[in-house]
Design a protein around this ligand. Structure first.
Ligand code: PLP
Length: 417
């Protein structure tokens, strides 16, 4: 078993046709090694064609940059409030704090795991009552690629005149009622980080309503320069444009996005079939055919009663790495536990799979339970916290073969005591 190659959660996967290298080579050959050029334009055109709806797309250095600039475009300033799904990765909410604004976290509905429209409206009314003002934007998140109830979210946004910024960073290619996510709201976030549906090594994009909005974003992304023969600045800008090298990778990846989507869905189907016989294991699936998820990551829930081999050892040791730890510096901690963490059996299953060379991960810990956001207002119904305690992400994506999925499911069967 130790000779098995490790199966990772979701790895970048270059096309078989080598198109990424062709576009990158072109960039070198023509000396377009800068954050603009033919690949950036070509990638944006590919993305516009893919998302449809006559949208304009601006390629940026990361999805986080796209969140940041979309908030600026919605007029978010210091002291403003922004409604954001609590059950998400930190990049949905951190840029709110970059601006000195305040995230107001909203919990999820059980079906999609995404922002609960009833709670959203309750939060809007309560913020208005408490602060006398309406929040400046609503940020739903397509967690693990599952669509949110965008129909109701848009109705609520329109009712109160609050723009919607769709965080579709994990939901590239997911659709709601046939329409690509990121094209419903005023703005849509896309991410091409190494582990997302497609990659540019690192990168992102903002889906904009029209050319005027896209030009404004592009201006902010290139240091907000005025038209003078010297540097003249009348607003604060950012260095957020995508590099022409990265965009070359993106153009190549766009040639395989449909294959990637098909494969993610296929892997999900296999998990559903191969784990159906285990009492207490449930795969998270679309609430209805209207929710066409890309299944960026496949996720399962484990009932608290299910006992896992080695469960008595869960959380006994302080972890020295951390989730996604290979990419940067991780603060060491002196405690193996926090006051809000996955159940012992979930941690035991993660450890069991890890020993069998399978990377599994807990669900994202809700932002309203993160120490860094302890003072932020939150509208909570218990859904995201209870999912966090029982949920787990399983490997998905083009690198995960049918044989890998069968092996992963065998290991999960084996893990049950
Ligand atoms: C990955 C991600 C982002 C940000 O993307 P980067 O390209 O990594 O900056 C934003 N929101 C969510 C929900 C994500 O998962």
């Amino acid at each position: 078993m130790s000779e098995r190659k490790r199966i990772y959660l979701c790895l970048a996967h270059m096309s078989e046709n080598g198109m990424e290298q062709k576009y990158v080579k072109e960039a070198f050959d023509t000396n377009w090694v800068v954050p603009l050029g033919p690949n950036v334009n070509g990638f944006e055109a590919d993305l516009e064609k893919f998302v449809g709806q006559d949208k304009k797309v601006v390629a940026l250095s990361s999805g986080t940059a796209a969140v940041h600039l979309s908030l600026i475009a919605c007029g978010v300033k210091a002291g403003d409030e922004v409604l954001v799904q609590s059950f998400t990765f930190c990049a949905s909410s951190h840029p709110i704090t970059y601006l000195g604004a305040i995230p107001v976290f909203v919990d999820s509905e059980k079906e999609s795991w995404n922002i609960d429209p009833d709670l959203l409206e309750e939060a809007i009314l309560d913020r208005k009552a408490k602060t006398g003002r309406l929040p400046k934007a609503i940020v739903p998140v397509a967690l693990y690629g599952m669509p949110y109830d965008i129909k109701r979210i848009m109705e609520i946004g329109e009712k109160y005149g609050i723009p919607v910024i769709e965080d579709a960073a994990e939901g590239f290619g997911s659709r709601f009622d046939g329409q690509v996510l990121g094209t419903f709201g005023q703005y849509g976030i896309l991410s091409f980080n190494g582990n997302k549906m497609i990659t540019t090594s690192g990168g992102g994009a903002l889906v904009c309503p029209d050319k005027e909005a896209a030009d404004k974003i592009m201006w902010y992304a290139t240091q907000a320069r005025e038209a003078y023969p010297y540097y003249q600045h009348e607003a604060i800008g950012y260095n957020y444009r995508m590099s022409n090298i990265c965009a070359g990778i993106g153009r190549g990846q766009m040639t395989v996005i449909d294959d990637h989507l098909k494969h993610h869905k296929h892997v999900q189907k296999m998990y559903e079939e191969l784990l159906a016989d285990i009492q207490g294991v449930t795969m998270h699936t679309s609430p209805s055919p209207v929710y066409d998820a890309n299944y960026w990551l496949c996720t399962m829930c484990l009932d608290p009663q299910v006992r896992i081999k080695g469960q008595e050892n869960a959380y006994k040791k302080v972890i020295t790495g951390a989730v996604g730890g290979a990419a940067g510096v991780i603060h060491a901690v002196d405690s193996a536990t926090t006051d809000c963490q996955p159940n012992d059996n979930v941690e035991a299953l993660r450890m069991f799979m890890d020993a069998a060379q399978i990377e599994a991960r807990p669900l994202w810990k809700p932002m309203h339970k993160q120490p860094v956001y302890k003072d932020a207002p939150a509208y909570v119904n218990g859904v995201s916290e209870s999912l966090f305690k029982v949920g787990m992400c399983l490997p998905a994506g083009p690198y995960v073969s049918d044989d890998d999925v069968r092996y992963i499911c065998d290991v999960i069967h084996d893990a049950i005591a």
